[in-house]
Ligand binder design. Structure first.
Ligand code: FAD
Length: 120
């Protein structure tokens, strides 16, 4: 497979930094490289890179004969409210929260309970 100059540059950057760069930085560079090389066709498209989508995409990608695209609607998770577990509650109602609510429940005095699936 042919690679462009920018691909080669990114690959070089990744391999140069592998020894001394944090895992998150290597992930960022890899995602930058893959995003720059989107294909017009994939064998599998997994929607949502949360807990389950990430695992499904990873398992599918173990087969070198298939191409897999994992898409994610949310933004970066590289923020203290995600990386520091004791700050989890700061995500509630933030831009990382889909802000879903349950239907009003007559067994809860008609209250509508917030449901806070994350968007990262
Ligand atoms: C604040 C909080 C703390 C939690 N703490 C824990 C814990 O300590 N331990 C534990 O076991 N569980 C915890 N959970 C629960 C756990 O996060 C969920 O059970 C789990 O993430 C659900 O996995 P999932 O793959 O179904 O969905 P998610 O992990 O929510 O993944 C769904 C992904 O799909 C993306 N998405 C949605 N719509 C689209 C679209 N149209 N296009 C592209 N992408 C899309 C979303 O942005 C999201 O990234 C916590 C949940 C919250 C909200």
């Amino acid at each position: 497979m042919r690679t462009s100059n920018s691909d080669q540059h990114l690959n070089q950057e990744i391999s140069l930094r592998t020894g001394d760069t944090e895992f998150a930085e290597r992930v960022r560079l890899n995602q930058q490289k893959l995003t720059a090389a989107l294909k017009p066709h994939y064998d599998f498209i997994v929607c949502g890179s949360g807990s389950s989508g990430s695992v499904v995409a990873r398992r599918l990608a173990e087969n070198p004969d298939v191409s897999v695209l994992l898409i994610e609607a949310g933004g970066s998770d590289d923020v203290p409210s995600v990386t520091q577990a004791d700050h989890w509650f700061l995500n509630l109602g933030s831009e990382r929260d889909w802000n879903f609510r349950a239907q009003p429940n007559p067994r809860l005095n008609g209250r509508s309970i917030p449901m806070n699936p994350a968007s990262t």
